[in-house]
Design a protein around this ligand. Structure first.
Ligand code: GRF
Length: 234
């Protein structure tokens, strides 16, 4: 039972209180995910592969791009996933674009939105339409180095560890509650490119794992803390 309390209670093996995230999904009723892209789409591919291989109880039902030439669109089509291109620059306003985006995702009956290299900041309209149901991956250990050029920021600061973070999307930029993180070493001869490659490899593991957790029905949110309860046996 959710009592809305702010700290995790423990009743036997089951966590109580807080807000339940995601839903317990299985092969018969996989979590319906919509993937938003703007570019290359390697995280999208990793996630689609994990779903297809049965590691994640989720089904990519739509891929939406805000950019007509995004390579991710071709990759999604090759996977047989329905795609929509909502060319941001063809809309009279950001509001009109986002209205169409919300309608498109709702028409596809999306339960979880996964931002995979999607280069726009979502307004509160979109976030309110899908509360606690939007994930993002960022290539740094948040809250360090949010926003643009995180690899350059990490190297300029001189950190010895960086990595990636999957988080819920809220009104702030790269600020929502953290679902999962993974660290990688920063090497003395790293450039933004080599660091980015090392982190990207880990992103391809971490993002499917975070979606798997959202589809396990085991996550609860207490203020900013995402806590894992006992997972249902599949
Ligand atoms: C990734 O590094 C991701 O962390 C960031 O944008 C990049 C997207 O790469 N948000 P891809 O399009 O998934 O290949």
């Amino acid at each position: 039972m959710s009592d809305g309390s702010n700290s995790p209670g423990n009743s036997g093996a089951q966590l109580t209180g807080g807000i339940a995230l995601g839903r317990a999904a299985d092969v018969e009723r996989p979590l319906r995910i919509g993937i938003l892209v703007s570019g290359r789409g390697s995280n999208m591919q990793a996630l689609v592969a994990a779903c297809r291989q049965g590691h994640v109880a989720a089904q990519p039902v739509i891929v939406v791009s805000d950019r007509p030439g995004a390579p991710a669109l071709e990759k999604a089509l090759a996977e047989g996933i329905p795609v929509r291109c909502l060319d941001f620059h063809s809309y009279p306003s950001r509001e009109a674009y986002e209205r169409d985006l919300i309608d498109t995702l709702q028409a596809a009956e999306v339960e979880l939105i996964v931002l995979a290299g999607y280069m726009r900041i979502l307004s509160s309209e979109v976030i309110r339409a899908f509360p606690q149901r939007i994930l993002n991956i960022h290539p740094s250990l948040l809250p360090s180095f949010p926003g643009l050029h995180p690899h350059e920021q990490a190297l300029a600061h001189g950190v010895k560890l960086s990595g990636c973070t999957v988080h819920l999307v809220d009104e702030g930029v790269d600020q929502g509650p953290i679902i999962a993180q993974q660290a990688v070493p920063v090497l003395d001869d790293d450039t933004p490119e080599t660091l980015s490659e090392r982190i990207l490899e880990v992103e391809h593991q971490l993002y499917p794992e975070a979606v798997r957790l959202m589809a396990s029905g085991a996550l609860r949110l207490f203020d900013r803390r995402v806590v894992r309860s006992v997972e249902r046996r599949q």
